[in-house]
Design a protein around this ligand. Structure first.
Ligand code: FES
Ligand SMILES: [Fe+2]
Length: 386
């Protein structure tokens, strides 16, 4: 625990270090984000021996799963005449370019040049990036140098049914990071109706932890809870129980920048059921697209909502899982793809937002000035349940 700010502090992040919105190669936030592992794809959507193009942090890459089952990420283009490698094919754990058959191993080293009488593979290398599968997601480390260990979440590894989802949202990832506790009472006043009362407006304090920001929430009736927003952009709620959860559930959500103006949410829910209860739960959801792909089409509907062509309230009857995404999405995209921070008016309820921004600014500044950056670790098992 390093710093705590109370409700009456409202100072703002120094603007000079506050640009979290530009994430491409060579930008400050981009450099900082490249010191973390990011989820880039749902594991269940990448079959063995298949390749896919992906766009992360403003860059294109090739993702493929080798015949060993291991996922790999290498550069987007072949080094020969620059065609897109994802249209090639996988052989073992290598990928072969469709154009003239050059092959690359998982580290990006060229290993075959069938058309060359005197192959010069040894001088040809594209980039390969550390890649790991964890909790049903494929994570990649897109930075320079040696990757740090992939952070592990003890509560998410506890027995249970692991479910993964992803959604596209057409605004900066940081709009989603800035999503505060108070929003639930308003943004979700249809989907979480018990929040729709002024009595539920909580008092908040926030503190820095080894993981990021912990917010303490005290409601009018004296009940308390916590929310964790880990660095750089991870929401973690171990053993939480929401109204639609059939059992205590560990919720993890990463917000991976696609580019400056869009991001992808990757969600893991570990429903802590075992044995027959787990089997029955799985069976009840099998083959139902509502539980495997509930968010298809949401970015387009959100655009229509923001254009005034659809009223958000007219969506009240859609399934709750979809409604929540429309509500959050419309609000966050409604701030602008890159919001206008200079004209914001932050108040006491924004203390968690301010602390997270301050930490980001401090860390980006340290990185820019060549000083050590803080190494973050997820909390140990059985963190306080929300
Ligand atoms: S462009 Fe890839 S082998 Fe020629
Ligand atoms: Fe929300």
């Amino acid at each position: 625990m390093v710093a705590t700010i109370a409700n009456n502090e409202t100072e703002q992040t120094p603007a000079d270090w506050g640009d979290v919105y530009h994430v491409g190669p060579g930008t400050l936030a981009g450099n900082y984000l490249r010191t973390f592992w990011h989820p880039v794809f749902l594991a269940r959507e990448l079959p063995v021996g298949k390749a896919r193009p992906i766009h992360v942090l403003g860059e294109d890459f090739t993702l493929y799963r080798g015949e060993s089952g291991q996922p790999h990420v290498v550069d987007f283009r072949c080094a020969h005449r620059r065609t897109q490698l994802s249209i090639g094919w996988v052989e073992g754990d290598a990928i072969r370019c469709r154009y003239h058959g050059w092959a690359y191993d998982a580290g990006g080293q060229c290993i075959e040049q069938p058309g060359e009488p005197e192959p010069f593979c040894g001088r040809v290398k594209i980039k390969g990036y550390p890649t790991q599968e964890y909790l049903g997601l494929i994570f990649a480390y897109l930075g320079e140098g040696e990757a740090p260990p992939l952070p592990r979440y003890a509560d998410a590894e506890a027995p249970g049914v692991v479910e993964t989802l992803t959604y596209e949202r057409r605004c900066s990832f940081y709009n989603n990071v800035d999503n505060d506790v108070l929003h639930v009472a308003f943004v979700h006043h249809w989907s979480v109706p018990d929040w729709h009362t002024w009595k539920a407006i909580p008092t908040l304090t926030a503190e820095e932890t080894d993981f990021g920001v912990m917010q303490h929430v005290t409601r009018g009736n004296g009940s308390t809870s916590h929310t964790m927003m880990g660095m750089p952009a991870i929401s973690y709620r171990p053993y939480a129980r929401e109204i639609h959860d059939p059992a205590p559930t560990t919720h993890l959500a990463w917000r991976t920048p696609v580019d400056d103006e869009s991001h992808r949410g990757f969600l893991v829910d570990v429903v802590h059921l075992t044995g027959e209860e787990a089997d029955a739960y799985r069976k009840g959801r099998e083959g139902n697209p509502l539980f495997t792909d509930p968010y298809s089409g949401t970015p387009e509907i959100i655009q229509q909502v923001l254009a005034g062509d659809i009223e958000l309230d007219s969506l009240r009857e859609v399934e709750r899982i979809r409604l929540v995404n429309f509500e959050d999405g419309a609000t966050q995209v409604g701030q602008g793809e890159i919001p206008d921070r200079e004209n914001e008016h932050l108040g006491r309820s924004d203390i968690g937002v301010m602390l997270h921004r301050r930490i980001w600014a401090r860390e980006m500044r340290a990185l820019a000035e060549g000083r050590p950056i803080k190494q973050w670790t997820p909390p140990p098992a059985r963190a306080p349940a929300v």
